[in-house]
Each structure stands twice: as C-alpha cells, then as structure tokens.
Design a protein around this ligand. Structure first.
Ligand SMILES: [Fe+2]
Ligand SMILES: [Fe+2]
Length: 281
C-alpha cells in the first residue's frame, strides 16, 4: 500500500461575516448546488470517520498495519477539519434562510443501519464509494479553472482546499476496506447504491435550496443548470469517465488517468496557496 503524508491544515478563511447569497459568480444554480454539497458534509464526513476508525480496529496490532493506522489518523484529522469548516459555512446558509434536509436523510439512514447491525465492511465500502465520488469532483474543481473562476475568492479557496485534501486522502478508506478483506462484488454493489443515492440527494437538496432562494422558477436558473451539466467542461462529460473507473476489478484510487495528475494538481494548488492555510500537524 502507499503511505502518503497527508497533513492536517487549518484553513485561514473567515466565514464569520458570511458571503454573498449567489457567491458563485451570481449563478444561482451553481451556488445552490455547492451549498447542497456543503450541507451533506458534516454528517457524511463524520460517518466516514466512524467507518475507518471501526475498520482499523479489525486489523491485528502488528507492524505491517502501522502505516495504515497512521494514515487513518491523518484522514480523520483532515475530515474533522472539513466538518468544522463546513459547519461554519452551513451556519451562514441557515442565516440566508436555507434549510438543510440532507443531514436528516443521512442521519436517518445511518441510524437505520445501526439498528440493523450493519457490518463495518459494508460501511467501509460505502465510505470508499463516497470517497471516490468526492475525489472525482475534487479533481474537476482543481483541473477546470473555469468551474470556480467567477466565485467569491474566499469560497473558491475553501472549495479548492477541500478538493486538494480529498485528493490527498482519496485512497485511505479503500485501503482499509481491502485490508479488512472487503470483496469486489460488495464494493460494486455499494458503489451503485451510493451513485444513485448521491445523485438523488444532491438533486432534491439543490431544488429545495433554489426554492428557498426564490430562484427555482427563473429561466436563468435552468439555463445555468444546463450549462453546468452539458456546457463546455460540463460535469456530465467530465465526471462520467472517471466515475466509471471504479467498476474495474483492478481499480485503485491512486491510479491516474490524465495529465497533469490529480495529485500534481492538488500539490500545485497547495504550494501556490500556502498563505491560505496553516499546517497543524
Ligand atoms: Fe472532506
Ligand atoms: Fe474525504
């Protein structure tokens, strides 16, 4: 397995004063789509933390697993920081009148899984699946400069920082899943579940946000949505291929498919924006 160094960083972005209602270049759809994603993070990332934490407990306490344990601790540090920052972000969204339903859908499902005594290997498969989706989205955020060109600079920094760190730790949940003997068939089954669920949750929370924003029925919103999915560097074109790589039997998250590589993009952003964060450990 690989043993990357994945530092924990404190983002130097002040969200306490809030941000513009349409911070994404005045584009209501794009703004409310990313706001929806942010709403899912505190609950979602906590569930990823819990899954990998429980997962490594299944491994014998031997030196061969020491590197993975260390990487898991770093993963937890990064995801905990993301939870915190997106918690501050979401508090501002609440002040703007938006309503976070996604967190309740996720909490309900997590509670249901616990009630049914879901096996930790399944939780790891779900986490690895979400982490692949996140890594694909993160790669796009860093690769296609136009995606955040018009965004508020602080918000652009926040999303690119999160993207860089998602790229750094993209293999951790997958490697814990492999280490505890998770198999291919269940990895694929849970990935299909996650793809459908994620698309459905992201859609309904975005629509809800647009409704509360008063922009759901504006033609410009629908035009912006069409451009987001189908325009030049539209997400449909850019996400589909990388999302499909997860079905390969020999898939590993650190396989690169484009130049510059996702890791190079992440490290490039971190070097160029070193003033935007402080390394904590
Ligand atoms: Fe994260
Ligand atoms: Fe992550």
């Amino acid at each position: 397995m690989t043993t990357p160094h994945i530092p924990i960083r404190k983002l130097e972005v002040d969200l306490s004063q809030g941000f513009a209602r349409h911070w994404h270049g005045g584009d209501a759809f794009r703004t409310q789509y990313y706001n929806a994603l942010s709403m899912s993070f505190p609950v979602g990332e906590q569930s990823f933390i819990d899954a990998v934490r429980e997962g490594v407990k299944l491994l014998p306490d031997t030196p061969e697993h020491a590197a993975l344990r260390h990487t898991v601790a770093q993963f937890i540090g990064q995801e905990a920081t993301h939870r915190h920052v997106h918690g501050l972000y979401n508090a501002q969204l609440e002040k703007q009148g938006l309503v976070n339903r996604w967190q309740h859908w996720a909490n309900w499902r997590i509670a249901y899984g616990q009630k049914k005594g879901i096996n930790v290997r399944h939780l790891l498969a779900i986490t690895a699946a979400y982490e692949h989706c996140t890594a694909v989205f993160a790669d796009g955020t860093l690769r296609y400069s136009s995606w955040f060109e018009a965004a508020d600079p602080a918000m652009r920094t926040l999303w690119r920082w999160h993207s860089a760190e998602e790229t750094e730790h993209r293999a951790v949940a997958f490697e814990v899943y492999q280490a505890v003997g998770g198999n291919h068939a269940w990895r694929i089954r849970w990935y299909l579940y996650v793809l459908v669920l994620f698309a459905f949750d992201a859609l309904r929370q975005t629509v809800l946000n647009l409704w509360h924003d008063g922009t759901l029925f504006k033609p410009s919103t629908w035009w912006n949505a069409a451009t987001f999915f189908l325009g030049r560097n539209g997400t449909l074109w850019r996400y589909t291929g990388p999302l499909l790589t997860y079905f390969k039997r020999d898939f590993h998250p650190d396989q690169e498919h484009a130049l510059p590589s996702a890791q190079d993009l992440a490290q490039g952003w971190l070097v160029a924006n070193a003033g935007s964060y402080r390394v904590v450990r």
